[in-house]
Design a protein. Structure first.
Length: 765
């Protein structure tokens, strides 16, 4: 499973590789490089090729092997490739090695079928972009699309063809480590971000030069892991599956994703990777998906662990019959499917159906004519100025200003003495976030560095104050081995703590950069508590007690407990993990060269005990005392879904709603949004509805539309949001079907999910 090192190939072969062009020998039609083939050409090519393949070769195409030498030694990789026993490698990112393997594939294998190289291009390749949860905080699908297209360009130049992203799992629980990789809790925002990522990775069509194919994952429901524990079972009612969880995957399919990845866990007791209902009935029959499915790491073999299959052969047959085209890392297909065809537990026709879309993708991507990496172009494409600019803008647009009492921010550029304190303030590793596995920390700009470059007239002092115990996460490879702790004795810790307080006392303003080490979230990194790890909270309280103005910069992959900070620290800027250019972005935000405009894509809880906490819950009995469900803390969130401040001040006037509507009509809601401040800024106008009565209880609010708008100083803009009435359709657990029910609906418009401008409309037959 996932307790593996993600080391990229250490193997560097000196063998010169010439960029020969190849054509699958004797195959129907050569493909001109970079030319988009017609569907008919693709079909003909695939039919001819399939007709030449042995059953072993077909099954070989269904295997994806780990490219790390510790899992597949280089000689074994060569041999698998030569014998046509593998269709794809993952985690091979060295372009020289990619060329070597392609050369073996297209010159030495019988049918000369090129390989497909896949990798976790999650939020950047070498240039690291803000984590996906941050990108979603921009509420700007165009920005998200641009980010993934930039990542695609860099990765493709290295010979990577396939991103194992976007992860579109709905995440309602901050304990779950992979919330950082999600677009948060909402299906409508999730749909928009999912589609944007697919477009960004793939471009206008599968095979567009400079692009990758995407893999919408983890199909389906991985984000509902019980207790927020990674890999645990997901038990999701049909109501929630259809109305919430499945929607972003469907959006990814509609956006044209070439592949999906089947999830590890069991969904309502049927493991996703052997779940025929999910992979065939829903995905192919209901949604008309024409691409292919790869399993998650070892997930086919794991069907036996789950107790679905009684043997590796049974696991392989179940996964293949359910609709998993390619097996990631385990080799049960290679070892057993041939015998299963002979035994009749899977048909030869099913194998053909599974192989066809994979061959088609390789053809569409132009790999049969141009499988090689241009090494000079690769070098020139990494961490370019253009990449850095795009990464910085993305980080600026995705930070969320959570609090700004007394306009503590922005900092005055004339400030004379600033103390920068915290274990994350100068960490080149943490600022990249999790899943930055191909990133090089040497490229990172830290917050300290960004502030020093920005505040040239000030004395900027710095110390960590405390260290964060990073645990022993094994997920990262040699390039991102965490720094070792330096404060190893109680005396050293006390001295450093006191030093931080001294710096704070000597400064005019303190910027504290606190949060989670990047190893604390991501895969296999759930937390039972969401407090600021280690001694950070104690440090924060002590620095605040000095009486100096404190700005808290939060760097994290999940909402953390900021209850104390929200009462005592005047300014809190949540920057998530902002990536390679994070330090420049944060400095621009802190001094007001850029005005914060991010809004939360997740409900921010007060404490882990509230989780899962999400805004679109059903209305409980006694809604008036909903805030008092616990003895010890309010049951309301610290910050609602959709929330985010700005250096501008916005007010939202009365909503005008377009009255009654029929099923084929549109509902339009207009509100005046005024920027009462002297600073131009952007905010996110959000529209929520509630169905007052129907065949099933409906969530108290559901996001339906949103728009990120920029409003000038002192300006008023009328913002109209239009929703097709058919978007009020939902899957009813009463009738087990999709329904659009006439009746009265509430509508709210505002700048977060607690929006107060209210109206109503009716839906008539
Ligand atoms: C993760 C996937 C990832 C795969 C390959 C798995 O452990 O769940 O999201 O794409 O590994 O690295």
């Amino acid at each position: 499973m996932a307790f593996f090192s993600r080391g990229t190939s250490l193997f560097r072969c000196s063998l010169a590789v010439c960029a020969v062009s190849c054509v699958a020998a004797g195959l129907a039609e050569a493909q001109a490089p970079q030319q988009r083939p017609t569907d008919a050409q693709v079909d003909r090519f695939v039919r001819d090729l399939l007709g030449k393949m042995t059953l072993d070769e077909k099954i070989g195409q269904m295997e994806q092997a780990a490219g790390q030498p510790m899992y597949t030694p280089p000689a074994k990789q060569d041999e698998l490739t030569r014998s046509g026993s593998v269709g794809s490698f993952l985690f091979t990112t060295d372009p020289v090695r990619i060329n070597e393997l392609q050369k073996i594939a297209v010159e030495q294998s019988r049918l000369k079928i090129p390989l497909l190289f896949g990798y976790d291009v999650i939020h950047g390749f070498r240039t690291i972009y803000p984590i996906p949860l941050a990108m979603a905080s921009s509420w700007d699908p165009a920005l998200v699309e641009k980010g993934q297209s930039m990542a695609a360009r860099e990765a493709r130049s290295a010979g990577v063809h396939w991103a194992f992203a976007p992860m579109v799992d709905i995440a309602r629980d901050a304990r779950w480590g992979r919330i950082m990789e999600s677009a948060g809790e909402d299906p409508v925002l999730g749909e928009a971000i999912a589609a944007a990522q697919v477009r960004g990775f793939q471009g206008a069509y599968v095979g567009e030069p400079g692009h990758l194919i995407s893999s919408v994952k983890h199909f389906a429901g991985y984000g509902a892991a019980e207790g927020g524990r990674d890999y645990d079972s997901s038990n999701i009612s049909d109501d929630l599956l259809y109305n919430v969880y499945l929607r972003p995957y469907h959006a990814g399919v509609k956006a044209g994703t070439a592949t999906l990845m089947s999830a590890y866990m069991d969904l309502n007791s049927v493991p996703a990777t052997g779940n025929k209902w999910l992979l065939t009935d829903v995905l192919r029959k209901e949604w008309g998906f024409k691409g292919w499915v790869v399993s998650d790491w070892d997930a086919v073999k794991s069907l036996q662990v789950h107790g679905l299959a009684e043997s590796p052969a049974d696991a392989a047959a179940r996964a293949a019959n359910a609709g998993v085209n390619m097996e990631m890392t385990s080799s049960t297909y290679r070892e057993t499917l041939k015998q299963s065809v002979a035994a009749g537990t899977i048909s030869a026709a099913t194998i053909d159906d599974l192989v066809r879309p994979m061959l088609a993708t390789k053809y569409r991507m132009g790999l049969f004519t141009n499988p090689y990496v241009d090494l000079a172009a690769y070098k020139a494409a990494q961490v370019t100025a253009e990449q850095r600019t795009a990464a910085r803008i993305a980080a600026e647009q995705s930070a969320v200003l959570l609090r700004n009492e007394g306009e503590a921010l922005p900092l005055h550029k004339s400030v004379k003495a600033v103390a920068v304190i915290g274990p994350l303030a100068d960490s080149k590793l943490d600022i990249m976030g999790s899943w930055a596995i191909h990133g090089d920390r040497n490229d990172s700009v830290t917050v300290l560095q960004g502030l020093r470059e920005k505040l040239t007239g000030a004395q900027v002092t710095y110390t960590i104050g405390v260290e964060i115990e990073r645990g022993s996460a094994t997920i990262f490879d040699e390039q991102v081995v965490p720094e070792k702790l330096t404060l190893t004795t109680p005396e050293a810790k006390a001295t450093e703590f006191a030093h931080a307080l001294d710096l704070a006392k000597a400064a005019d303003t303190v910027v504290m950069v606190l949060g989670e080490a990047q190893t604390m979230n991501g895969e296999n990194a759930s937390r039972a508590s969401i407090t600021l790890p280690g001694e950070q909270e104690r440090l924060l309280e002590a620095v605040v007690a000095t009486g100096k103005p404190v700005v808290l910069v939060v760097m994290t992959g999940r909402p953390v407990n900021l209850t104390w900070a929200n009462e005592h620290v005047p300014a809190i800027l949540n920057v998530w993990y902002p990536g390679t250019e994070g330090g420049h972005a944060v400095a621009n935000l802190l001094v007001g060269d850029v005005n914060p405009s991010g809004h939360l894509p997740v409900t921010w809880p007060r404490d882990a005990g509230q989780e899962p906490l999400y805004y679109n819950q059903n209305i409980p009995q006694n809604p008036e005392n909903v805030a008092q469900r616990y003895w010890d803390i309010p049951s309301t969130p610290l910050f609602p879904f959709g929330y985010g401040l700005s250096y501008s001040k916005f007010t939202v006037g009365a909503a005008v709603v377009s009255g009654s509507v029929t099923a084929s009509g549109n509902v339009t809601v207009s509100v005046p949004v005024t920027n009462t401040s002297g600073v131009r800024g952007a905010t996110v106008v959000q529209m929520y509805t509630h169905q007052r009565a129907g065949s099933a209880a409906r969530p108290r609010r559901e996001l339906k539309e949103f728009a990120k708008v920029t409003v000038g100083a002192g300006e008023t803009k009328t913002i109209s949001l239009t929703m097709p009435a058919k978007d009020l359709t939902y899957w009813s657990a009463a009738s087990h079907s999709w329904v659009l029910e006439p009746g009265t609906f509430d509508v709210w418009v505002g700048l977060d999910s607690a929006a107060s401008q209210h109206g109503e409309f009716s839906l008539t037959k």
